[in-house]
Write a protein that binds this ligand. Structure first.
Ligand SMILES: [Fe+2]
Ligand SMILES: [Fe+2]
Length: 294
């Protein structure tokens, strides 16, 4: 069974018109990274290109699509983590084009440059939050601040109505499928996260758990979901987990994530401020501590 699954994911998979999943299906990993390639005539861009160890697999899949490497005009990074950006120097070396652009929010570029980047760093602000192919096809960028990085954003392909959501709608879990699938009874589940059918994992809980750990706060997550609701997407392509395309699943997931209060720091403290002036006064003044060792 596992072997069949591995074979199924050995090549790039076209998941929408001209959009390819070029990730690495690692049977031993609970966190699968999903880089994507968009091919538009003789041009291409890579979204969230992947980690350094995944690079040979990712590049092999790109080559198998038939794309000519100089045709890759831009690498888009929706935040600055190493699971997306680690392979930037490898991409630069193989593409070998001085005109290659690295597109991200300026807040991400501050950190992206530390991957020893040589290419031109292009900020979303400087291109009016959109990337235009020669054909006229437009990618729109929408900021989702603090979900989970200050400069995080999502990318909407206006031609296919695909939304590249980066870590949003991602998932942890050893049971991975490229396409999100819920059993009919999941919709009405009232024992969540324990499966009434005794499955050893719950795909919905895996998504919730991922957001609880990775996102900064319920406030930030809800703000981002609100921004995403305004986008006329039909399919969500996350950087981890599975591709989501069923309207029922969108409803379920937006409600699940939008109602969760225990996200990021909110799971640790609900205090508005855990620090009072009195705490500071007691520690540094009343107690008479000084820093001279006396
Ligand atoms: Fe991340
Ligand atoms: Fe990630």
């Amino acid at each position: 069974m596992k072997k069949e699954k591995t074979e199924q994911y050995e090549s790039a998979i076209e998941v929408a018109d001209g959009i390819y999943w070029i990730g690495f299906y690692d049977v031993d990993s609970g966190l699968h990274c999903n880089p994507y390639l968009i091919v538009d005539h003789d041009e291409a861009v890579v979204i969230d290109g992947g980690s350094r160890p995944d690079f040979p697999t990712v590049m092999m899949k790109i080559l198998r699509t038939g794309v000519a490497l100089p045709g890759i005009k831009a690498l888009i990074y929706q935040h600055y983590d190493p699971d997306l950006c680690g392979s930037i120097p490898n991409f630069e070396a193989l593409i070998g084009q001085p005109g290659l652009k690295i597109i991200s929010d300026a807040a991400n570029h501050m950190f992206i440059r530390h991957y020893a980047v040589k290419s031109h760093l292009v900020s979303l602000e400087s291109i009016g939050h959109e990337y235009r192919f020669k054909s006229g096809r437009v990618l729109r960028f929408v900021n989702t601040p603090y979900s989970h990085s200050p400069g995080s954003f999502v990318t909407f392909d206006t031609r296919t109505n695909v939304l590249f959501s980066s870590d949003l709608f991602g998932s942890y879990g050893s049971q991975w499928e490229l396409f999100f699938k819920l059993d009919a009874y999941c919709i009405e589940c009232n024992t969540f996260p324990v499966c009434p059918n005794k499955k050893t994992y719950c795909p919905l809980y895996n998504i919730l758990r991922f957001h609880q750990h990775i996102m900064t706060s319920a406030k930030a997550l809800r703000h981002s979901l609100k921004q995403i609701l305004k986008i006329p997407f039909m399919k969500i392509l996350p950087q981890h987990g599975s591709i989501i395309s069923q309207p029922n699943d969108f409803v379920l997931l937006f409600k699940l994530l939008g109602n969760a209060d225990d996200i990021g720091i909110d799971a640790i403290t609900t205090e508005k401020s855990g620090l009072s002036h009195e705490d500071i006064q007691i520690r540094f003044v009343d107690r008479g501590d000084n820093f001279n060792g006396n």
